[in-house]
Design a protein around this ligand. Structure first.
Ligand code: URA
Length: 433
């Protein structure tokens, strides 16, 4: 078989056979296919797309390019959640303990942040001592004992995805529905969970800019999951503004713990996390329907069991449990600068993507994979869309190293304040199952 023929077939609109796709994935993994040929094929896939059969074959071949997590020794249905990535998205830190406290085992592999979006692994790293890279045995132990396990993916899972993703990152071929589907679903299938809830982000702060694109990606991932026997459902959610008040690692742990304590309950972050958790309980067969699941979610906050589960998870995995009660135990920024409103009005919109980039500049995120994070750095958002703003109100607090040159205008420009009242848009755009 020749890679040239695969590129030519895709370039001219043909379909690749499962054998050709297996040849591609094997050659990418063992390094026998040169990067320029893989990149050319990726670009052809971006333009020509892939059929459902091709996407399925690519997902399977990528899943089988490395090791697979075996969770069969842990009893019960194991449920996972995946978000396609947004600014301030800390739902995993909230729903993991909730789902676990409600009796469903929540098995999650997460990533580190890159660019304007953060990663769950970096957020958990703000808890001193917490192991974020668990061995397979430690992962199963955490799942067995606390019903919750979260770890960075081990290096031997889906090596083909690591190689392909690195090429996509530098060849402008990330935004392709079949490639995103195969990348995400191969890792999820290799992760060993039986059920998966997807949070497909849609809007200016996400990969998928329009609802149509969001629906197409959700449909593609749900179809692939079902074809592999997974119980799966996707929520399509708005990603324009940052989610919740915190952007940055320590700050995001603080906000998550506050929600588990019962605060900010009516806010978008809590509502989204609770709904995702409830969907996971239904897929995990711990509730007959969403209403019953939502009651269980709310009870786990009211009776403190979700917060207790977070403590148990942190303690079991070497973390300092004091961080849950005393946020000062986590890395803090030495300087906090307030950004105030220059005029009154109503907050119409916030540019989540721009805020994510500014937080990255402060040290809360990575420009390149090698960057060291400043875990205490970030932004506290004091207002929500729809709020009335008075001149002089604090809009944002910027947490950073002292002496960092900050253009206040760049932060102020992320908030669109107008004289007429603003309409608050719903966060849930659609459900695909
Ligand atoms: N996240 C992934 O893991 N893969 C993609 O292709 C896009 C987002």
């Amino acid at each position: 078989m020749r890679m040239y023929d695969l590129i030519y077939t895709k370039k001219t609109g043909g379909a690749l056979t499962p054998e050709q796709i297996a040849f591609l994935v094997k050659g990418v993994t063992d390094g026998t296919i040169p990067d320029e040929q893989s990149s050319a094929l990726l670009m052809a896939i971006c333009w020509r797309g892939m059929s459902t059969e091709e996407t399925l074959a690519l997902t399977l071949a990528m899943r089988d390019s490395g090791a697979r997590m075996d969770l069969s020794s842990v009893p019960g249905i194991k449920v996972d959640k995946h978000s396609t990535g947004g600014v301030g998205d800390k739902t995993t830190l909230i729903l993991g303990p909730i789902v676990a406290a409600c009796g469903v085992r929540c098995a999650m592999f997460s990533g580190r942040g890159l660019g304007h979006t953060g990663g769950t692994i970096d957020k958990f790293s703000a808890i001193p001592g917490l192991r974020v890279e668990l061995t397979a045995d430690q992962f199963r132990e955490s799942l067995r004992l606390t019903h919750f396990a979260n770890s960075a993916q081990t290096g031997d899972i889906c090596p083909a995805d690591r190689k392909l993703y690195a090429l996509r990152d530098v060849t402008a071929t990330v935004e392709s529905i079949p490639l995103i589907t195969a990348s995400i679903m191969s890792k999820k299938l290799a992760g060993g969970a039986d059920a998966l809830v997807l949070d497909v982000k849609c809007g200016s702060g996400a990969f998928m800019k329009t609802l149509e694109e969001g629906r197409a990606l959700a449909r593609s991932m749900v179809d692939v999951g079902k074809a592999h026997g997974m119980r799966i459902k996707a929520l399509i959610t708005r990603m324009e503004e940052p989610l919740g008040w915190a952007i940055g690692n320590t700050l995001e742990v603080m906000e998550s713990v506050e929600i588990l304590r019962g605060l900010h309950r009516e806010g978008e972050l809590a509502q989204m996390s609770f709904r995702l958790a409830a969907e996971m309980l239904v897929l995990g067969k711990a509730a007959e329907n969403l209403d019953e699941a939502m009651k269980r979610v709310n009870n786990s906050i009211d009776d403190g069991s979700a917060l207790r589960t977070l403590r148990d998870f942190v303690a079991l995995n070497g973390g300092d449990v004091k961080a849950i009660d005393d946020f000062g135990v986590m890395p803090q920024a030495a300087a906090i600068r307030e950004i105030r409103a220059e005029k009154g009005g109503y907050l119409h919109a916030m540019d989540g993507r721009a805020m994510g980039i500014l937080a990255m500049e402060l040290g809360a995120g990575r420009k390149s994979r090698e960057d060291q994070l400043d875990l205490g750095a970030g932004i506290r958002v004091h207002k929500q869309v729809g709020d009335r703003i008075q001149q002089g109100d604090v809009l944002l607090s910027v947490h950073a190293k002292p002496g960092l040159a900050i253009s206040e205008a760049a932060f102020r420009a992320t908030m669109d304040i107008r004289s007429e009242p603003a309409v608050v848009k719903p966060w849930l755009l659609d459900v695909i199952d």
